[in-house]
Design a protein around this ligand. Structure first.
Ligand code: SAM
Length: 289
């Protein structure tokens, strides 16, 4: 499978913030560079027990999480015998339905087939699913798009990866931000010193105001982490927003703080106690649109 990370705590934060953005500022078109599959069969391993399964268990006790659209959508797919975790594209398709058109890109044929199946199942009228480099396809869409406000979601595991002569994920993010199009950008890291690294980097590439919500996994260990392998102390992940309203960023900050509270003194997937340290930061000439 092209996405072994589905349903981990990093997905929970990314998808909680994305769901909030989609709910509060529904775009006329939604484009995703690294869409992944529509849904994934939930496995009961330590990463998902800590990630989506613990989230659904504790969310009802924390108002911001309980009321979030993400919790409602995730619960509707995970529970009730379905046992599926919705990826970001299916989250968007479920929240927006036919109020939006879609451009969903991935290089993995299995993910493409699954996305097309979900598009049919949800009866979407305008959903283009393309097996191609997402940066090139979304850049081309930005050049041609003129149909109301859109949102681009960029979710690269390797931020430096690029097709020959093409954009890296961060370069495309800067182009999206500069164009006035709404942006949701995910990043990860393996050491505490890298907290909010992508925000600092993107702020050097665009003049658009940015908001960043960062989650650092903390715990007793000082060993370097490896986010691609496991959710361990010192690993972290975050979401950067551009061209969204300050209220939307504020709602995402409330979600991040609630997530941190909901995971206070939790047992990390590796078996040791740990916490999720949430911080938010802004850059540019204003805070939100
Ligand atoms: C982490 S998964 C995406 C998860 C999804 N965005 C979500 O949040 O549920 C990353 C996906 O990127 C795809 N991918 C990697 N390089 C790509 C590229 N250059 N263009 C499009 N897709 C790419 C992989 O096949 C994989 O399915």
């Amino acid at each position: 499978m092209a996405n072994p990370h589905f349903g981990k705590i990093s997905d929970v934060w990314k998808h909680a913030a994305l769901g909030e953005v989609l709910e509060r500022e529904p775009p006329a078109w939604y484009a995703e560079t690294h869409a992944g599959s529509g849904a994934y069969a939930v496995v009961h391993d330590p990463e998902r027990e800590f990630g989506i399964l613990r989230f659904l268990e504790v969310a009802p006790r924390f108002a911001a999480l309980a009321q979030s659209r993400y919790r409602a959508v995730a619960a509707s797919y995970v529970k009730g015998g379905r046992g599926l975790y919705p990826g970001s594209a299916l989250l968007a398709m479920t929240v927006l339905g036919n109020a939006s058109s879609y451009l969903l890109c991935d290089l993995d044929p299995e993910s493409i087939t699954d996305l097309r199946r979900w598009s049919r199942e949800l009866g979407l009228r305008s959903c283009e699913v393309v097996e191609t480099d997402g940066m090139a396809a979304v850049a081309a869409r930005l050049d041609g798009e003129g149909h109301g406000p859109g949102l681009v979601h960029i979710d690269p595991f390797d931020p430096d990866d690029r097709a020959p002569g093409g954009y890296s994920a961060l370069e495309l993010a800067a182009r999206v931000a500069d164009s006035g199009t709404r942006l949701v950008y995910w990043y990860g890291y393996d050491e505490p010193g890298e907290q909010a690294w992508a925000h600092r980097k993107l702020a050097t590439l665009t003049r658009a105001p940015l908001w960043c919500g960062d989650v650092l996994v903390t715990g007793a260990s000082n060993a370097p982490g490896d986010l691609g392998h496991a959710t361990t102390p010192g690993t972290g992940f975050g979401v950067i927003l551009a061209n969204l309203q300050a209220d939307t960023a504020g709602a995402c900050a409330a979600l991040g703080n609630a997530l941190s509270d909901a995971y206070a003194d939790a047992v990390l997937p590796g078996g040791c106690p740990g916490n999720l340290a949430f911080t938010s930061s802004t850059s540019g000439s204003g805070n939100g649109r």
